[in-house]
Design a protein around this ligand. Structure first.
Ligand code: FAD
Length: 475
């Protein structure tokens, strides 16, 4: 098909600066960051306003051209790159990056979808507030992508997922109409709460262009502790003891096994072990101090002593200053990239009810080692949310041997299936925070409630009858 007329129409809307057709420049938009999913596209289109997004979508509908919406392209399930080799456009929100309004009294901020998460965080801090969504890709991922994946991250235990952090949305629908749901209301029961349709929809129901986000009072200080436990059960017990005493002061609670800590320290420059010898299981906890710092510190010390005397933790260190706290978090954030540098691994992003996390670690480890003898399970992540990145690293002797690595990776799907069956049996989710995209759509079809899937398909058909918005994702 000759796309010249179509491209001329797009050019008339977004101008030369808004259109990328050159194959080399285009590859940035058609390849996801791990290189697992790559495709072609007719063009990447970069509108600069909601009106331009609307006109681009209407033009695509007219020509029957599919659209892959894209933010920072940091998604981990292949949702942000086209599935077709050349018949789609990528609609990048990167030029719509303004922070339009920050209201400290109303605890809200209004941002465009292409605003980078770290910039939204900084804008909130400038008025003594926080925007609490925090994750490893925050320097690149964008608010529209965070909304479309209902992103989680490290502070969910205290502030919830992205879904909990939004008051209003503006969305361009598949026919080009603009839905203005930019409300700042804390209470509004006027029919269906439509914003929730688009949050977590991975760009399959509409293009999010602007959002009203919630902000929160900024903690006066933070206390960060690295604790050593013998078992995952003890990590959970320690976290619960701290939550019982410090309540909502507990902002994050991450679990890290020795294998992940060891890999990360070896692969990441300028990191050093928080404790020696390396703990069998580490619990990284962040406590927000909202009132007098000394009182919270005293309570934390008290509960840590209590945990030591009950043999729930056997060692621990509270960061003495911001720089040491940042060193602890640097280790946590570097786990995924260290894992990549350490050889191939098969990924799982799952959740179970929080009280069953330790059981999942025990049963999951046994299962994975039976499925692929010699492989090395690396379950780490958001303990307080019941969400583990339960990855499986290749056997040590397979790393660096192309044939053995390929054999290991060929087992990805059967291993996923068996592991997801365990997670389902434990009333868990096969995708806790990254979504479905291309990576998990077969698993969704295999494992989801059939009535629920029918309802999802009906919503998709109602909002996008031509199947032009991110086709081949989720379904
Ligand atoms: C190192 C690293 C650490 C990470 N840690 C976490 C973590 O802790 N928690 C977590 O939840 N995720 C994590 N992620 C995954 C990823 O960062 C999140 O999914 C993030 O929310 C994606 O944002 P993005 O702007 O990059 O979206 P993209 O990757 O560009 O897109 C993601 C999906 O949203 C759609 N989309 C994007 N923008 C729009 C829009 N404006 N309107 C409609 N649809 C749109 C895309 O089509 C795609 O389906 C991590 C990723 C990396 C690389």
């Amino acid at each position: 098909m000759d796309h010249a007329l179509f491209l001329d129409s797009l050019r008339a809307i977004v101008g030369e600066a808004g259109l990328v057709c050159d194959a080399e420049k285009l590859s940035r938009y058609t390849r996801e960051w791990r290189g697992k999913f790559a495709s072609g596209a007719i063009a990447a289109v970069r509108p600069a306003s909601t009106a331009e997004v609307s006109a681009v979508v209407a033009t695509c509908t007219e020509y029957g051209i599919a659209i892959t919406p894209q933010g920072g392209n940091t998604g981990l399930v292949g949702g942000s790159v086209p599935i077709d080799i050349s018949g789609e456009i990528v609609l990048s929100l990167e030029r719509m990056n303004a922070i339009e309004d920050v209201d400290p009294d109303g605890n809200t901020m209004v941002v465009q979808a292409g605003c980078i998460l770290a910039q939204a965080q900084q804008a909130a801090e400038q008025v003594d507030r926080i925007f609490p969504l925090s994750l490893g890709a925050e320097g690149s991922c964008m608010i529209g992508g965070n909304l479309s994946t209902n992103a989680g991250g490290i502070n969910v235990i205290r502030y919830g997922n992205m879904r909990d952090l939004v008051l209003g949305l503006e969305v361009v629908l598949a026919d080009g109409r603009v839905w203005n749901g930019m409300n700042r209301l804390r209470k509004d029961n006027t029919g269906y709460d439509l914003k929730h349709l688009f949050i977590g929809a991975e760009g399959t129901l509409g293009i999010i262009t602007r959002a009203v986000l919630k902000t929160f009072p900024r903690p006066k200080d933070r206390l960060t502790a690295w604790l050593a436990c013998q078992t995952p059960e003890h990590c959970l017990d320690a976290l619960n003891m701290m939550r019982n005493r410090l309540g909502d002061g507990i902002i994050a609670g991450e679990i890290i096994p020795a294998i992940a800590l060891d890999q990360t320290l070896k692969q990441t420059p300028d990191t050093k072990a928080p404790l020696q010898p390396l703990p069998a299981w580490s619990l990284l906890v962040e406590v927000g101090v909202f009132d007098e710092a000394g009182a919270v510190r005293d309570t934390l010390d008290f509960v840590l002593q209590e945990a030591i005397s009950q043999e729930v933790i056997y060692d621990g260190v509270v960061a003495q200053n911001m720089s040491q706290a940042q060193d602890f978090w640097k280790i946590r954030e570097a786990i995924p990239s260290a894992e990549i540098k350490s050889g191939p691994s098969i990924k799982h992003d799952v959740s179970v009810p929080v009280h069953r996390v330790a059981e999942l670690i025990t049963r999951g480890t046994t299962l994975l080692q039976e499925l692929y003898p010699g492989s090395r399970p690396v379950p780490f992540g958001h303990l307080g949310d019941g969400n583990l990145h339960f990855n499986l690293c290749a056997p040590v002797d397979a790393v660096g041997d192309p044939e053995a690595e390929a054999k290991f990776l060929a087992a990805w799907e059967p291993i996923n299936r068996a592991f997801h069956d365990l997670v389902r049996e434990m009333n868990g989710s096969i995708s806790a925070e990254h979504g479905i995209g291309q990576l998990k759509k077969d698993e969704l079809a295999r494992t989801a409630d059939s009535v629920g899937l029918d309802v999802m398909r009906a919503v998709k058909a109602a909002l996008d009858p031509g199947n032009l918005l991110n086709p081949g994702k989720i379904f």
